[in-house]
Design a protein around this ligand. Structure first.
Ligand SMILES: Nc1ncnc2c1ncn2[C@@H]1O[C@H](COP(=O)(O)OP(=O)(O)O)[C@@H](O)[C@H]1O
Ligand SMILES: O=C(CO)[C@@H](O)[C@H](O)COP(=O)(O)O
Length: 498
């Protein structure tokens, strides 16, 4: 039997999956790492933590699996998007990585808009948002000129890990699309955007397809990972592109919901023709010559993790959420908005913060826990609503990510989205998608679609329950008012955030 490995470099942890030729998961391992929030709105990680975490997870994975190392033919990556890793001319990181959920760059976004006007959306298909990579590059240039003077090239998180494992510098189209430097339709670095921002082409790594071969493993990381140095390494993709591959979102009409640290509603696009006017992100898929549109909730799983870490640190998610299924939809009048690090879709806003509205003396912790789950799902429903208003038919949604581990949340998604929600046998869509890119790259299948037919395994379907759908449809309208009604209050509170 032969095997492939998919590595998902998430925000909370790196997760590694070993799959056999039939798409059966043989072994899993993960390592978590910290997030650093030095100031309100800042979010950083240490690139070295990713590398060490990946090597440790791989070592555990291969140790547990007990398969001949030469039978592991390929490895590929899925990675948290947009994070800036700045390298010096020797390939060493110059500072911590600035992550996708860091919102310090509002001023730089305005500068980009001023310099490029409508051309930005024409070329990159996306507006200037704090989370994207280009504003982070401009922030370092302005605020840390000594560091920027040493910067020879930039990478995204999984590209850095892959570089350390192989010595080869690359970026795939699906992740490059999230930098705001790519001409998305033509799949090339935009000379026009680079010139307007006074950045040189040599600052950007060479581009490659997600299933493209970048090389083999260097001897030292191979030994530490328990792998053969002959293992072939394929580029991989942005976590949402890989999540889409791992959920089988490979043709028009299919939609995905992912609740990881962020939350995402993603719809497949066969060509670059759709025009959402920048209201949702529009990126290259990990499948060649295909695209996807998506809305993003900045703090989806992160809101639940924040709630757990703040009020029930010692408990597991299962303990924290015990009993939520007994609480009726609406959490007895308690409403949560998950804007705890700002928001992206539909309100691109780094100032807004979260709220609990309607706290009553009868509320217990379990009502708060359910309200957090509902608020996150309402936020994702704003993206579902946006797609429906743009004419997309959404009747079935494949659900992945850590949040998909909880059946009550899956039923809640079906009731709030008013769509069938499909759970997969394993919720780790991005890792599975990365493994599929390796399987396709190794030539096991003629197409990613063929690979999906044997790797993507549906487990159960959650149908919308009419009574709950009705309650949630009413509550959703109230939820939508909270943003407008708390915007000004949050502006007044901003100076006290530190
Ligand atoms: N048992 C569970 N029930 C509900 N949600 C969970 C559970 N386990 C994890 N989560 C949620 O999943 C999130 C992590 O999802 P994951 O897909 O691993 O994220 P990432 O890829 O960003 O590291 C956590 O922040 C948490 O909110
Ligand atoms: O910023 C985005 C997408 O634009 C996020 O979706 C990141 O890609 C992080 O993903 P997770 O760690 O939540 O999977």
């Amino acid at each position: 039997m032969s095997y492939v490995i998919g590595i998902d470099l998430g925000t909370s942890a790196v997760k590694a999956l070993l799959l056999d030729r039939h798409g059966k998961i043989v072994s899993e391992a993960s390592r978590s790492y910290p997030l650093y929030h030095e100031h309100s709105g800042w979010s950083e990680q240490r690139p070295e933590d990713w590398v060490q975490g990946t090597l440790e997870a791989l070592n555990e994975l291969t140790g547990k699996a007990d398969v001949p190392i030469h039978s592991i033919e390929g490895i590929s990556f899925s990675g948290q998007m947009h994070g800036l890793v700045l390298l010096d001319s020797e390939g060493n990181p110059l500072r911590n990585a600035i992550l996708w959920n860091d919102t310090r760059t509002t001023e730089e976004c305005r500068e980009i808009e001023l310099a490029l006007g409508d051309r930005l959306l024409d070329i990159t298909r996306n507006p200037a948002l704090e989370g994207f990579t280009l504003p982070k590059i401009l922030w370092v240039r302005k605020h840390e000129p000594d560091i920027f003077a040493q910067a020879a090239r930039f990478l995204l998180p999984k590209d850095y890990v892959r570089y350390r494992l192989t010595g080869a510098l690359h970026m795939d189209y699906s992740d490059a699309a999230g930098t705001l430097l790519l001409d998305v339709a033509n799949q090339e670095w935009s000379a026009e955007v680079l010139a307007a921002m006074e950045l040189s082409m040599s600052f950007c790594p060479s581009l490659i397809e997600s299933h493209g071969l970048v090389g083999t493993l260097l001897p030292e990381p191979a030994a530490r990972a328990g792998l053969s140095p002959a293992t072939r390494v394929f580029a991989g993709g942005a976590d949402n592109a890989c999540g889409a591959i791992g959920a089988g979102i490979l043709q028009e009409g299919l939609t995905m919901c992912s609740i990881g640290t962020s939350g995402v509603i993603l719809a497949y696009e066969q060509d670059s023709g759709s025009d959402y006017g920048g209201r949702v992100h529009f990126f290259n898929h990990g499948k060649s010559d295909a695209f996807y549109a998506m809305g993003v909730t900045l703090a989806a799983g992160y809101s639940l993790s924040w709630f757990k870490n703040t009020f029930a640190k010692q408990e597991s998610f299962a303990e924290l959420l015990a009993g939520v299924e007994e609480i009726a939809p609406g959490s007895r009048g308690l409403l949560f908005t998950p804007y705890i690090v700002g928001e992206r879709t539909p309100h691109a806003d780094s100032v807004i913060r979260g709220s609990f509205i309607g706290i009553d003396g009868s509320h217990e912790r379990v009502h708060f826990a359910r309200a957090v789950m509902e608020g996150i799902t309402f936020s994702l429903n704003e993206s579902v609503d946006l797609f429906r208003r743009a004419g997309k038919e959404i009747d079935t949604i494949i659900s992945i990510g850590g949040g998909a581990q909880n059946p009550v949340w899956l039923q809640m998604q079906a009731d709030i989205f008013n769509a069938d929600v499909v759970a997969l046998e394993n919720e780790q869509g991005p890792g599975l998608g990365a493994a599929m890119l390796a399987a396709f790259g190794c030539g096991w299948y003629a197409s990613l679609k063929d690979c999906a037919d044997s790797f993507v395994k549906r487990a159960s379907v959650f149908k919308p329950q009419p009574a709950a759908v009705g309650v949630y449809a009413e509550l959703f309208r109230t939820y939508q008012q909270v943003y407008r009604q708390t915007r000004e209050l949050n502006e007044a509170l901003q100076p006290y955030r530190g």
